[in-house]
Design a protein around this ligand. Structure first.
Ligand SMILES: *Cc1c(COP(=O)(O)O)cnc(C)c1O
Length: 354
């Protein structure tokens, strides 16, 4: 009788909220789809694909469009099937048996997941009480263990908080270990290290088309690093990791600079409005909510009624993310945000009546 090994025996497939949700504010996606003119361009590009042919293994067109958009050199870019795939590739290929990965907490849960699949020990440095990273403690931990990599998100998912450039630089310069800087939400903030990536031999920056760019459906992410690292990632990735449809759509979307900037600004203003609304709620119901200010496209809230509120909202067709003593809410359109706030108020009023 065949038995699954113990690292996968008890794993459950990823299980996002499914069903007919009217409002999705749980996955940090962009709240708007592409406009008609970009859709039209996408249709035309898809019509011209030779579906009998394999994709371009180097995804050159989309890497060039990405590099142009951010003002960097395409030779420092490699594309992945979402940045998730790149995290997985880094864990399986850039670390040796017996090395550990250093993470911070709270942070993106997938880092730990890919470590465990790769049979790597994952050491965690707890954040300060105000949810900021203790960079000194992080450096010390990296240098005092057999670390093969340190990985964290900036701005952070789920806290929404950012670490200043000078602090990130200090970390990179103070360790010989690979630093994986996940800038999935950096489009919403302005502290990216993209344009100085070539100054470091131990830095990989991850970016994604899933958040500010609004293309979560096509699974497209990028690693940006010095050419030695980029060549190594190209050598270890599966050859046709990004399909032609995604390459074509990505190429088109990243070429629309003005549109992407406008959309980013819109989402940031929606986040600010949502933040203000939740602050107002927490003024009315201080026993229920403490709001954390941040620099992403979502709002992180400490809540004493998180679980009950999460379940109530689901019953109303609204999905948010429930995380123990916290909830995380993605910024939506005006209509989505105001429906959400109305539903939360209803729940709070009813909770007080009981
Ligand atoms: C959403 C997210 C990603 C993006 O993952 P994709 O696989 O590119 O969709 C990466 N890192 C963090 C921290 C995220 O929140």
């Amino acid at each position: 009788m065949y038995k699954l090994n113990k690292k996968i025996r008890d794993l459950e497939p990823y299980d996002p909220i499914t069903g007919e949700m009217k409002i999705r504010l749980d996955a940090n996606e962009s709240c708007v789809n592409f406009p008609d003119d970009i859709m039209q361009e996408i249709h035309t590009a898809i019509d011209n694909i030779s579906f009998n042919r394999y994709p371009d293994p180097n995804a050159e067109g989309v890497c060039k469009a990405f590099a142009d958009y951010y003002g960097i050199n395409p030779s420092n870019v490699v594309a992945g099937n979402g940045s998730d795939e790149l995290i997985s590739i880094i864990c399986t290929s850039f670390l040796m048996k017996g090395q550990s990965v250093i993470t911070v907490a709270p942070d993106f849960s997938m880092y730990r997941f890919y470590c465990s699949i790769s049979e790597l020990e994952c050491k965690t440095v707890e954040k300060n009480d105000d949810l900021t990273i203790d960079v000194d403690k992080l450096i010390e931990t990296v240098n005092n263990s057999n670390a093969g990599a340190v990985i964290f998100s900036n701005p952070c998912n789920p806290t929404s908080k950012g670490l200043d450039k000078e602090e990130v630089r200090r970390l990179i310069k103070s360790v010989d270990t690979l630093v994986v800087l996940d800038e999935a939400y950096m489009d919403f903030w302005d502290k990216s290290l993209l344009d100085e990536v070539c100054d470091y031999s131990n830095l990989i920056i991850l970016r994604t088309a899933s958040k500010a760019v609004g293309a979560a459906a096509i699974r497209l992410g990028f690693a940006v690093a010095c050419e030695t690292i980029i060549k190594a990632i190209k050598a270890v990735k599966s050859p046709y990791n990004v399909n032609t449809v995604s390459q074509e759509i990505g190429r088109i979307v990243y070429s629309h600079k003005e549109y992407l900037t406008k959309k980013r600004n819109y989402i940031v203003s929606q986040r600010q409005k949502l933040y203000n609304d939740v602050v107002e709620l927490s003024d009315k119901y201080p026993q229920f909510f403490t709001v954390i200010n941040g620099c992403s496209n979502f709002v992180f809230v400490k809540s004493t009624i998180g679980k009950e509120l999460f379940e109530y909202l689901l019953s109303q067709g609204t999905a948010i993310r429930y995380m123990g003593e916290f909830i995380r809410i993605t910024a939506g359109t005006d209509e989505e945000n105001s429906t959400l706030i109305f539903q939360i108020e209803e729940f709070c009023k009813n909770s007080l009546k009981e």
